[in-house]
Ligand binder design. Structure first.
Ligand code: RAM
Length: 356
């Protein structure tokens, strides 16, 4: 490993483990439902050992999203460290109701915990409550379910920091001027919607008075739809100066479209992407900078959090702490949220030092 690579990896690791405050937005709401009596009555025993043989199931937004695959694979590997069993199952599309039948099946199969990147905060709520009533612990990760339907939310980064920093990143590259658009995932996605709210708040500040958000388009975390939506945005808004795509599927599809079009070098694209998917577009100068966190650490942290819940070390209440293996001790924040760390910016100077 070269010194450069070591430095970058060390930086990401430090960033990955740094504790940091965050906010969950009220976009994650649902009709109030009673929490199962079992979780209300439980009390935490921080000294309880992690149980062996815990059965975990990861339910991603969609099974064919490379980002979700990285997260879940790392979570499954983490379970081996504490002698648990973990698997990944999930739908092939990220639509609101696509996860419901999987939740029901996993509940019947007697898993100790279901870890879910929710496609819709509310659509999954009823089935998750039924699972909890049977003693299954629910950990949302990446994209939250309505808070009353899960025990914990493992957030990859502070939602506020992600949203605001995406606008800051684009603003720097377009000199704070011009029309901009957002290419999001699905219209229901809790994580993207929360980030977009914070993007809008950031854009309301005086320093962005010459930037105008003209459209939020949805590529549904479908590669082809995201590609076509990018094309549509650029045709509909000929003066567009920049696009933010806060989804790994969206930003890579948008980069692919722009790299082969007349808009290359004219329209600035940034967003949240994986270095492996974005490398060629940074090299060919379609994209200068984009951000993400370490998806492997997200899966790892979620797995340990689920094990801590199942073992009774934590109940999901604010202020409780648990040990997340190599990521060290973590504290549960407001609304049952645990934050992995701040986002990291990738560019031509560091992208080759990452492989995910
Ligand atoms: C996509 C998904 C995921 C999001 C990343 C950034 O892979 O929408 O939920 O966190 O992008």
């Amino acid at each position: 490993m070269t010194p450069m690579r070591l430095t970058a990896v060390a930086t990401l690791l430090v960033l990955g483990v740094a504790a940091c405050g965050g906010t969950t937005r009220s976009s994650v709401t649902a009709a109030p439902q009673e929490a199962p009596a079992s979780s209300a009555a439980a009390s935490a025993n921080p000294d309880a050992p992690l149980k062996e043989g815990i059965k975990l199931a990861f339910l991603p937004k969609q099974i064919n999203n490379p980002y979700e695959v990285i997260v879940d694979k790392a979570g499954i590997e983490a379970a081996e460290e504490f002698k648990g069993e973990a698997k990944e199952v999930g739908p092939s599309d990220a639509s609101a109701s696509s996860q419901i039948s999987y939740i029901n099946t996993l509940t019947q199969q007697g898993h100790d915990a279901i870890l879910i990147a929710a496609n819709d905060a509310n659509a999954v709520c009823g089935p998750l409550q039924q699972a909890r009533a049977k003693g299954v612990k629910i950990v949302s990760y990446d994209s939250d379910a309505a808070p009353q339907c899960r025990d914990l939310f493992i957030n990859q980064a502070s939602s506020e920091e992600v949203g605001r920093s995406q606008v800051q990143l684009l603003a720097e590259m377009i000199d704070h001027k011009g029309e901009i658009a957002i290419l999001s995932a699905t219209a229901n996605a809790t994580n993207q919607n929360t980030w977009i709210e914070f993007m809008k708040e950031e854009l309301a500040k005086p320093e962005y008075k010459d930037m105008k958000l003209v459209k939020v388009a949805y590529g549904d975390d479908d590669d082809q739809k995201s590609f076509t939506e990018t094309q549509g945005l650029l045709q509909a808004y000929p003066d567009l100066k920049g696009i933010i795509s806060p989804t790994t599927v969206g930003v890579s599809a948008a980069a692919r479209y722009i790299s082969g079009s007349k808009y290359k070098g004219k329209v600035v694209l940034t967003g949240l992407g994986t270095p492996n998917q974005m490398r060629q577009y940074v090299k060919d100068k379609t994209v200068e900078k984009f951000a993400l966190w370490n998806p492997k650490d997200l899966g790892y942290l979620a797995s340990y959090a689920a094990a801590a819940l199942v073992s009774g070390q934590i109940t999901g209440a604010e202020g409780e702490t648990f040990k997340a293996g190599k990521l060290g001790e973590r504290t549960i924040g407001e609304n049952g949220e645990v934050i992995l760390g701040p986002p990291f910016t990738f560019d031509a100077s560091n992208i080759d030092q990452f492989d995910f």
